[in-house]
Design a protein around this ligand. Sequence first.
Ligand SMILES: [Zn+2]
Ligand SMILES: [Zn+2]
Length: 148
Amino acid sequence: MTVSEIVGHLTKHAVRPSPQRVAVMQYLCEHRTHPTAEMVYSALLPDYPTLSRTTVYQTLDLTCSIGMAQKIVIEEGEMRFDADVSDHGHFKCTNCDEVFDFFYPQATVFPKPAGAFEIKEQHLYYKGLCPTCRQSMKMKKRGHRADG
Ligand SMILES: [Zn+2]
Ligand SMILES: [Zn+2]
């Protein structure tokens, strides 16, 4: 999303596109790392010294409520944000804490509870080891064997 698209979206939802709000949204669009509010805050602080944590938290909350981003909670007490609001799954590496996207066909049918339940949100996530961490662990193991 370009800066003018972000401004357009905010204006359409009656949100004043202040430079700080646009910066938060732009960061989220450009960094598909699923950052936490804290990560966004520390990344923007050097360029926006007057930025407050509250502004970052409120802006992220706001962008989610107007459908420009989604919240992802994989770990208790750790909310991450994603500018990709399409249906997709997430994989969190328990070693390096990175969150990776994975996509499945739109027609994928997931099991649903029987009865008149109305599903409002659907999240698919896995936890495990990413390829990089698996590789480095393998090498560590091999290293130990060579020492012994
Ligand atoms: Zn990893
Ligand atoms: Zn994602």
